[in-house]
Ligand binder design. Structure first.
Ligand SMILES: O=C(O)c1cc(=O)[nH]c(=O)n1[C@@H]1O[C@H](COP(=O)(O)O)[C@@H](O)[C@H]1O
Length: 279
């Protein structure tokens, strides 16, 4: 796709979630999942795995989240598979949130933005995940590029891994937590956006609870569901009124239902229905 989408990412995501439900399945071609599907751990195996998942899921879900590292581990052939995954998913009417968790100084952040958010790039996606740990301001080139091209950015705020709280709950010089500073930056970036802003936070379903203000007028990408132990009940409890902005993402639990296209679709439909019922 080389043309700029005709509406901001947040508005497109809101419309897609209303039409198809909130679930965002991940596409992570793990070596162990390839083995479970009877596929070799090669670029060819990665392609068969990922394109089966796209065939099953992209026509029925609002968004998908391929994790770049699982493609990069197969070198240039794996990256070519990722390009196919992105293009085929978007052709099926599904938004692509490319999980790359990039973050760097301004000039390099701009190169990442050009690689993933400029519609003329071979890896152009609807949104990316980004790491704000060089300072929230270091994401400015990604946020500005996304705004220009009607794309989105999801910044890590309260991640699902056990090491996260010690770091993300630490306080900055002005007394807010690191996570709070990320959420405040996103809230400012989404100011005035109608329907839903284009700048989202990643908040794990495994965090137990939080006192942070999750009202950022933007989407909340919520991993940690299924394989990491998070449930729909956790999501209801953690997010409260913000649940309508939650994009629940689940990967291994859904992909484990493959390689049958029908079984994958059923697993996604079950999760989608469970989260749609929270709204
Ligand atoms: O940004 C993410 O998607 C992400 C953030 C986070 O806090 N935790 C997390 O597990 N993820 C991603 O979610 C996927 C794991 O999902 P499961 O297989 O469902 O556990 C991987 O692609 C992770 O990189």
């Amino acid at each position: 796709m080389t043309t700029r989408p005709d509406a901001p990412f947040g508005a497109r995501l809101r419309a897609a979630m209303s039409a198809r439900g909130p679930l965002c399945p991940g596409i992570d071609p793990h070596a162990s999942l390839l083995a479970a599907w009877g596929l070799p751990d090669t670029a060819d195996g990665c392609e068969r795995f990922a394109m089966t998942a796209v065939e099953a899921l992209a026509p029925v879900v609002s968004s998908i989240k391929p994790q770049s590292a699982f493609f990069e581990r197969h070198g240039s052939r794996g990256v070519a598979v990722l390009e196919k995954v992105i293009a085929a998913s978007r052709e099926s009417g599904c938004l692509v949130i490319l999980d790359v968790k990039r973050g760097d100084i301004g000039t390099t952040a701009q190169a990442y933005a050009d690689a993933y958010l400029d519609p003329t790039s071979p890896l152009a996606s609807d949104a990316i995940t980004a790491s704000p740990y060089l300072g929230f301001g270091s994401l400015a080139p990604m946020i500005e590029t996304a705004a220009r091209h009607n794309a989105g950015v999801f910044a890590l705020a309260l991640t699902s891994n056990p090491e996260a709280p010690r770091f993300q709950h630490a306080r900055t010089a002005d007394g807010s937590t690191i996570a709070g500073e990320v959420l405040a930056g996103l809230r400012a970036a989404n100011e005035g956006a109608e329907s839903l802003g284009s700048f989202g936070a990643v908040v794990g379903a495994t965090i137990g609870s939080t006192e942070e203000n999750l009202d950022i007028n933007g989407p909340l990408l919520v991993p940690g569901i299924g394989a990491q132990g998070g449930t729909a009940d956790d999501v209801r409890r953690i997010f409260g009124a913000a649940v309508r902005n939650v994009v629940p993402t689940s990967t291994r639990e859904i992909l484990g239902a493959g390689p049958s296209v029908q079984a994958l679709r059923e697993a996604a439909a079950r999760a989608n229905d469970e989260f749609a019922a929270l709204l």
